[in-house]
Design a protein around this ligand. Structure first.
Ligand code: ADP
Ligand code: MG
Length: 251
């Protein structure tokens, strides 16, 4: 049996009268990409926030590697190996690509109270940084200013920063957003190789990417999971077609 790494059990969350998560259960197994799709406002980002710890559920629990982590904050969850990526704002644009990953590696070590000029001479940190850049194919850009990278490359750099912390799971909320067709295509290929490092819970609107990548797809509508299955099961599910995919076809 494939190991379940992340297990979301019966999560509910209300904002006033609005039910953003309605008894949601979902899991992520070793080696897989599990895509979470659904219309705007369905509650996808709200669910991701309850998994990364930035939002507390009203009820239900989040389990990681067999342990209840519902009471842990974002920092503690990140330390257990949950990596939320693609928050571009977390990159320092004026720093070099290498400096960004070395800072990430420093975060893993925990002692942040050092002078940065010494940090950039630390062979162990530099080694971790270069290795992460090689993993995402950005090592030749190590000395570039981060602001010089394309949008797609910055997303790869975000992943490299996450990799310096040896993540066990990736959480991604719309990584293709803002990328053109070519950028999305390239990032799709990249995520396909990234699954070897750690499984990915992927929220994404780009259906070409979702159907190309996902081992399983869950469909969220009005805070509720209406179906979970393989790409072909989801494509042919009448309820999904009415509630979501049919609507995309019509657009
Ligand atoms: P999605 O990511 O699927 O587009 P969201 O999770 O962002 O959806 O939002 C789900 C619903 O919850 C939306 O109706 C949104 O307006 C509402 N919502 C999200 N965050 C908050 C909040 N902090 N306070 C009140 N309502 C919120
Ligand atoms: Mg969202």
């Amino acid at each position: 049996m494939t190991e379940t790494l992340l297990d979301i059990r019966n999560i509910s969350k209300n904002f006033g009268a609005l039910t953003a998560s309605n008894n949601v259960s979902l899991d992520l197994k070793a080696g897989e990409i599990h895509a979470l799709i659904g219309p705007n406002g369905a509650g996808k980002s709200t669910l991701i926030k309850q998994i990364d710890g930035s939002l507390a559920p009203d009820s239900g629990s989040v389990w990681f590697e067999g342990r209840d982590i519902t009471s842990l904050d974002t920092v503690a969850r990140a330390r257990t190996g949950l990596a939320r990526t693609f928050q571009i704002s977390s990159l320092a644009m004026d720093m070099t690509v290498l400096q960004n990953v070395v800072l990430g590696a420093l975060g893993r070590r925990g002692n942040v109270f050092r002078f940065f000029k010494n940090v950039m001479k630390d062979d162990e940190l530099l080694g971790i940084g270069h290795h992460a850049l090689q993993q995402v194919g950005l090592d030749e850009f190590a000395s570039f200013r981060t602001a010089e990278l394309s949008h797609g490359q910055r997303r790869q750099l975000e992943v490299a920063v996450a990799l310096t912390r040896a993540p066990k799971v990736f959480l991604m909320d719309e990584p293709m957003a803002g990328l053109g067709a070519e950028g999305s295509h390239r990032l799709t290929g990249f995520l396909d190789t990234l699954r070897k490092e750690a499984p990915i819970l992927l929220v994404e609107h780009d259906m070409d990417a979702v159907f190309a990548l996902a081992d399983r797809i869950s469909v969220l509508v009005y805070g509720e999971i209406i179906a979970t299955g393989t790409a072909s099961e989801i494509r042919s599910d009448p309820l999904v077609r009415t509630a979501y995919l049919g609507e995309e076809d019509a657009a």
